[in-house]
Design a binder for this molecule. Sequence first.
Ligand SMILES: [Zn+2]
Length: 93
Amino acid sequence: MPFGLQPTHLVIIAVAALIIFGPSRLPEIGRAVGKTLKEFQSATREATQGFTDEVQKPVEVRKEEPVAQVACKSCNKFINAGMKFCPECGAAQ
Ligand SMILES: [Zn+2]
């Protein structure tokens, strides 16, 4: 059962509904409960999907944006932008 709902809970809810509303209104109430559960399930699915998107987003951004590279002023080899000295030839940038 989803949402930790046990069949015994459903029985208790059904009995409580029977006492509160009476047997004549039960089919009507059953439909309303079914509709609510269905809406709740789809809302939960959307929330889970949104959460999954949020979790995956930073990984994708990291892949799409590698460290910027610039050519060394001395040896012209590509080094990471922002480096003070070239790791290839040691020249100050
Ligand atoms: Zn260099």
